[in-house]
Design a protein around this ligand. Structure first.
Ligand code: 7TS
Length: 415
C-alpha cells in the first residue's frame, strides 16, 4: 500500500466493518463520498449497542441507576464536544438533529428577534442549501434582505469586498461555511470574524465540512455561532451541534417547547430551563449522542493534525493524478493547503450521473449532482459536477483505482 506518513490507513480500515464488504461483481468498496456522510468504526457501533443492551434509559428525569448512567454518558459527550472545539463551557453546546437544524435554530430564535425590514443577512455564493434556505425563510418573513458575497476563481472571497459589505450599518449577521462542500475551499473565517466584529456584526460559521477534518477553536475564531453534524465525522446520523456564546444563548428564546426545556409550567405560563436544556425539548437522540462520543475519542486518538496532513497528502496525490486525465476540469483551489479533501470535477462532456454510474461498477462510491449548492453551480455555470471526498480510511491505492476507472470512462465515451 502507498503509505500515508501520518496515520496508519491499513490499520484504521480494520476498524470499519463496512470497508470489508464486497459489492456486486466482487468489488471492494471504495468509499469516496465522505463529504455526504462518513463510515462508522466498530467503536461507535459498539457504544450504541452497549447503551441499548446495558443502560438504556431516558435522561435528566429519574433517579434510578440506569437513568443516572445514561445521563452521565450523554452529558459526558457534551463536555467532549466543548473540548473538541474549545468552547468555554459545555453549556454552550446544544444537541440538535443535524447542522441544518442548528442553522435553522439560529435563524428562528436569534435572527427573527434581531431582524427588521431594513436589515440584511450576508452569506456567500458557495453555501450549502442549509446555509441559504433558513436565511431566505427568516428574511422573507420579516421583509429583510439576503445579500451574497461573490466568490472569485477557485471559490475564494475578496476580503476587501467583505470589509466593504460589513460596513453596511443595516447588516445584522454574517453566516459562512468554513470549508466548501463542493470546491473544498477553506475560507479565512478568523479574519472575517474580526472584520465583522469591528462593525458589531455577529458571525455564524457553518463548520459541517471543517470540524471533521481540522482543528477548529471557537475561542480563537471568536465566532458567535457554529454548526456541524456528527455523521460527517465518524458519528451516527441524527446528531447535530450548535455552539453559541453563552451570553447570546441566554438571551435567545427557546426553539421548540416541551419536556426538559422547562423549569416550571403553569396553566398560562412557563419558565424555561437553564442552558443548554432550554434548547433541547423532548427526549433527545441519547444513543447516537453517546455514539458520537466514541467517534470523537477515535478521532482524537488519530489526532486532528495527523488527519489534516493525511488528507492534504491524499488530495495532493489525487489532484496530481487527475490532472493527467485529458479533458478533465477540476474546480476549486489548486494549492492543497487552501482546500479540504474534496475534489469536484467534470470529465469532458460526460454527465456526472453517467460517470458516477460507471464508477459504481468499479465499486467506487462518489457523488454527482449539484451537491445542495445550486447557487454555486450557477456561479460556476455548470448544472452538476462529480465529486470525490476523502477521509481517514482512504488510501492512495484507492486513488489509483479511481484514476483507472476514470480512464475506462473516457475510453467508453470515446474521449
Ligand atoms: N453545511 C455544509 C457545508 C454541508 O456540506 C452540509 C451537508 C450541511 C451543511 C448540512 O449537513 P446536514 O448534516 O444537516 O445534512 N453536505 C452534504 C454534502 O455535501 N453531500 O451530502 C450532504
Amino acid at each position: 500500500m502507498l503509505q500515508s506518513t501520518t496515520i496508519d490507513v491499513e490499520k484504521i480500515r480494520e476498524d470499519f466493518p463496512i470497508l470489508q464488504r464486497r459489492l456486486k461483481g466482487g468489488h471492494k468498496l471504495i468509499y469516496l463520498d465522505n463529504a455526504a456522510t462518513t463510515q462508522k468504526p466498530r467503536a461507535v457501533i459498539d457504544s450504541i449497542s452497549n447503551y441499548y443492551m446495558n443502560y438504556n434509559s431516558n435522561i435528566h428525569r429519574a433517579v434510578h441507576q440506569l437513568a443516572e448512567e445514561a445521563t452521565f454518558a450523554y452529558e459526558e459527550v457534551r463536555r467532549k464536544v466543548a473540548k473538541l472545539i474549545n468552547a468555554k463551557s459545555a453549556d454552550e453546546i446544544i444537541f440538535t438533529r443535524n447542522a441544518t437544524e442548528s442553522i435553522n435554530l439560529v435563524a428562528k430564535c436569534w435572527a427573527r428577534q434581531h431582524l427588521s425590514k431594513r436589515n440584511s443577512v450576508l452569506i456567500t455564493e458557495i453555501e450549502h442549501h442549509s446555509n441559504i434556505v433558513p436565511w431566505q425563510l427568516v428574511t422573507g418573513e420579516v421583509g429583510a434582505s439576503l445579500d451574497y458575497l461573490n466568490i472569485g476563481e477557485e471559490g475564494r472571497i475578496d476580503i476587501e469586498d467583505f470589509s466593504q459589505k460589513v460596513n453596511d450599518p443595516d447588516l445584522k449577521l454574517v453566516s459562512i461555511s468554513q470549508m466548501s462542500n463542493v470546491l473544498g475551499t477553506i475560507l479565512p473565517v478568523k479574519k472575517m470574524t474580526k472584520l465583522a466584529h469591528e462593525k458589531n456584526v455577529p458571525m455564524m460559521i457553518d463548520a459541517a465540512q471543517s470540524v471533521p477534518h481540522m482543528k477548529v477553536d471557537v475561542q480563537d475564531l471568536d465566532c458567535d455561532f457554529m454548526a456541524f453534524s456528527a455523521h460527517k465525522m465518524l458519528g451516527p446520523t441524527g446528531v447535530g451541534i450548535l455552539y453559541a456564546k453563552r451570553e447570546i444563548l441566554e438571551e435567545m428564546p427557546p426553539f421548540i417547547g416541551g419536556g426538559d426545556m422547562i423549569k416550571e409550567v403553569h396553566k398560562q405560563t412557563t419558565s424555561f430551563n437553564d442552558l443548554p436544556y432550554k434548547f433541547e425539548a423532548g427526549t433527545p437522540n441519547i444513543a447516537d449522542v453517546i455514539g458520537f462520543g466514541a467517534a470523537i475519542d477515535y478521532l482524537n486518538t488519530l489526532g486532528f493534525e495527523n488527519i489534516r496532513e493525511h488528507e492534504m497528502q491524499i488530495t495532493e496525490y489525487a489532484l496530481e493524478r487527475m490532472n493527467e486525465l485529458q479533458g478533465i476540469t477540476i474546480y476549486g483551489p489548486k494549492v492543497t493547503k487552501e482546500r479540504g479533501a474534496v475534489i469536484s470535477f467534470n470529465l469532458g462532456d460526460i454527465h456526472p450521473h453517467d460517470l458516477a454510474t460507471i464508477l459504481n461498477d468499479f465499486g467506487i462510491a462518489m457523488r454527482s449532482g449539484h451537491h445542495c449548492a445550486q447557487v454555486l453551480m450557477e456561479r460556476l455555470d455548470v448544472s452538476a459536477t462529480s465529486r470525490v471526498s476523502f477521509y481517514v480510511y482512504n488510501s492512495k491505492d484507492e486513488v489509483n483505482i479511481l484514476i483507472d476507472a476514470l480512464q475506462s470512462a473516457r475510453r467508453l465515451f470515446g474521449l
